[in-house]
Design a protein around this ligand. Structure first.
Ligand code: BTN
Length: 340
């Protein structure tokens, strides 16, 4: 992948054209005023027909732009779109405010972030998608990524950690998301080891951490975070198991506000983790997660199913489960579900 000093939105194939973002900003700054198509075209530096094409694309994303080329355009409502410019403004001075890659449509933000990591992109890069066509979930599953309703974000980190400690970042990210959601919505969120955010037992978010490491040292880690924010329905196969913040709180939630909070929480938690080590993460997780202690669970690792009762989180962030025969096992990987 080619690197240059230019903002990468100009160099990454498929990333949102900065001029589309400028169009959104122009409309947002003049919200409710009619701006002529000619003025938009002049200020953005494209033809009037291109402006029209982009307006149509923005409408598909749920941005409520009224008007047409003859009458001019205006925004009926300032959009909740996650453009890199808007985010950068809100994250000045933050680790995550410098390199933001925004896609209107992308296969997977984790896939892009992995490529960036291999290409030497510095720590703190954020990859965002309004929509993912091949969102990745844990254990080779997919992640339903409906356009402009959820947060689909991947963060690139280069921590000085041993590979064995990297899974703690998944738990830490869960705690950051937990804090951000609770601060914004007041909802009670549960965490299920290692990576699920639940409301009322239904999944509202998940985290997929992937890493590139040498035996003793992590080269980079990418932390992919998916949050269901404003979905009002899910595909039939997910409907019983998934929920969104909108459904749970009864009102739409600003994705921009939530993402800003999340990234600020994440940066604070990450700095604390690097300076103080994993004990505080494990401690916080244990307090917040109803799954940490005393929960009857079934653990499936693809080969066998084991039933037992959770018995805390070990020092490396792995779940401990006391089997019915009294033996305590450490869960390294696998699906944990409540056993009723
Ligand atoms: C899980 O299975 O619970 C993890 C889901 C992680 C989904 C996020 S959405 C942003 C990032 N890009 C991906 O392709 N996956 C993660």
């Amino acid at each position: 992948m080619r690197r240059s000093k230019k903002t990468v939105t100009e160099t990454l194939p498929g990333a949102t054209d900065r001029r589309v973002a400028a169009l959104v900003t122009l409309l947002a700054e003049n919200a409710t005023f009619v701006i002529s198509g000619a003025r938009v075209a002049r200020e953005i530096g494209v033809s009037r027909s291109t402006v029209w094409k982009w307006v149509e694309r923005l409408r598909e994303l749920g941005v409520r732009v009224k008007g047409h080329p003859r009458t001019g355009y205006f925004l009926e409502k300032v959009p909740d779109i996650l453009t890199a410019d808007m985010l950068r403004q809100r994250l000045k001075g933050s680790l995550f405010g410098k390199h933001i890659y925004h896609f209107l449509k992308v296969d997977s933000t984790n896939r892009v972030a992995l490529e960036l990591g291999h290409a030497g992109e510095p720590e703190g890069a954020v990859v965002l998608g309004e929509e993912q066509t091949a969102g990745r979930g844990r254990a080779g599953r997919g992640w339903h990524s409906e356009r402009a309703t959820g947060i689909y974000a991947t963060l690139l980190l280069r921590p000085k950690l041993a590979p064995v400690q990297a899974p703690l970042l998944t738990m830490m990210a869960g705690l950051s998301a937990h804090a951000a959601i609770q601060a914004q919505t007041g909802l009670t969120v549960d965490l299920k080891w290692p990576n699920d955010l639940l409301i009322g037992g239904k999944k509202v978010g998940g985290i997929l951490t992937e890493m590139h490491a040498e035996p003793a040292q992590v080269r980079f880690v990418i932390v992919g975070i998916g949050l269901n924010v404003n979905q009002d329905k899910f595909p039939a196969e997910l409907a019983a198991r998934a929920t969104s913040l909108r459904a749970a709180s009864g009102r739409p939630q600003s994705r921009l506000e939530l993402l800003v909070r999340l990234l600020m929480e994440f940066e604070r938690d990450y700095n604390d983790f690097l300076s103080e080590g994993p004990a505080a993460v494990i401690d916080r997780f244990t307090k917040v997660s109803s799954y940490a202690y005393g929960k009857r669970v079934r653990v499936s690792n693809g080969r066998e199913d084991v039933t037992g009762t959770t018995a805390g989180i070990g020092p490396e962030g792995l779940l401990l489960v006391k089997r019915d025969n009294g033996q305590v096992m450490t869960v390294i990987a696998g699906d944990v579900t409540e056993a009723l």
